[in-house]
Design a protein around this ligand. Structure first.
Ligand code: FAD
Length: 290
């Protein structure tokens, strides 16, 4: 097996175009599992670690964050946790410290299942991908998985970065697993509040063939929430039910569809409640500052 280590992004793209079947590797926390278990035997690995720009993030002139596909979870948490709290919460639940030191959002998107998909969806992230033949494509997170186990990436494309606005309000991520660490999600949920726009974003993980938003639940909250008042328990419960109705889970070794539907209603209601508590505190401190 060839092990290719280009230092320039353009050279990495050229290899993707010239060597069909080459497998990109970033942190290797998913690729190496496949190799070790002999599930995958590619003719070549394309190591993206020497392309150092992938491990950088920046704030663009319009305020958007552009985060390189190779920024590991540990740095996402320590350097961007204040600006991307929902994604950072999800990152904290990934694997162990060793996995978080190596694993990346780029690899999580490339791996087709993962805990970052729900928070990226809820926050309206956009994925920057590129090929040498067709240049850059910007793919909204909501369109990144057209069908189960298949991403929108063409065979010659690489993920370069994701773009997302810094939080303008509370964000929460919640994941159900059989224990609190080193566990694949039975289901997960992410919520993002946009108080200035009077809007809510949602993302569901491991709850349908592809990650998805709960659009009816978002619309319901936009219509029913009193942004200057208290959160009505009936509204929170109805929100949870609508999130559950948006799901289309399967029975598998990790949990039944019924369990997932029930769990989603509970974690969505809880996540909204936590977010609303933060929103109320932020509102009170804004009044105090005036
Ligand atoms: C013990 C253990 C626990 C884990 N726990 C979790 C967990 O709790 N939650 C979770 O979501 N995941 C978990 N994982 C899976 C894995 O750690 C994550 O998916 C991680 O984000 C993968 O990132 P990586 O950089 O290591 O990817 P890699 O293993 O390097 O790559 C993963 C996939 O993405 C592709 N890829 C990588 N970079 C690019 C790129 N720039 N462009 C295009 N394709 C690319 C690769 O070809 C491969 O198909 C766990 C894995 C292990 C071994």
């Amino acid at each position: 097996m060839d092990f290719l280590r280009p230092e320039a992004w353009e050279d990495a793209l050229a290899i993707m175009a010239e060597r069909p079947g080459v497998v990109p590797i970033q942190g290797g926390t998913s690729v190496m599992v496949g190799l070790n278990f002999d599930l995958n035997r590619p003719t070549a690995l394309l190591d993206l670690n020497p392309v150092t720009e992938l491990a950088r993030w920046e704030q663009l002139a319009d305020g958007t964050l552009r985060v390189g596909a190779g920024v590991p979870y540990a740095r996402l948490i320590s350097e961007l946790g204040d600006r991307l709290p929902g994604l950072a919460q999800a990152a904290r639940t990934v694997g162990s410290r060793q996995i978080r030191n190596r694993g990346t959002v780029g690899g999580n998107l490339g791996a087709t299942t993962g805990d970052t998909h729900a928070p990226l969806l809820a926050a309206g992230a956009v994925i920057e991908v590129e090929s040498s033949a067709r240049g850059v494509r910007m793919i909204p997170a909501a369109e990144f998985y057209p069908s189960a186990q298949r991403s929108a990436l063409a065979p010659d494309e690489l993920i370069r970065a994701f773009h997302v606005s810094p939080a303008s309000g509370p964000q929460y991520f919640s994941k159900i697993g059989t224990r609190n660490a080193m566990v694949a999600a039975i289901c997960s949920f992410s919520i993002v509040l946009y108080p200035e726009e009077r809007r809510v974003g949602t993302g569901l993980g491991s709850a349908a063939p592809t990650p998805r938003r709960a659009l009816a639940a978002e619309d319901f909250l936009a219509a029913e929430l009193d942004w200057d008042g208290e959160l009505d328990n009936a509204v929170a419960r109805r929100f949870g039910d609508l999130v559950s109705e948006a799901a289309n889970p399967v029975d598998d070794v990790r949990g039944t569809a019924d369990y997932r539907n029930h769990a989603l209603a509970v974690i969505a209601r809880r996540a909204l409640t936590w977010a609303w508590q933060d929103h109320s505190i932020n509102r009170r401190s804004a009044w105090t500052c005036v």
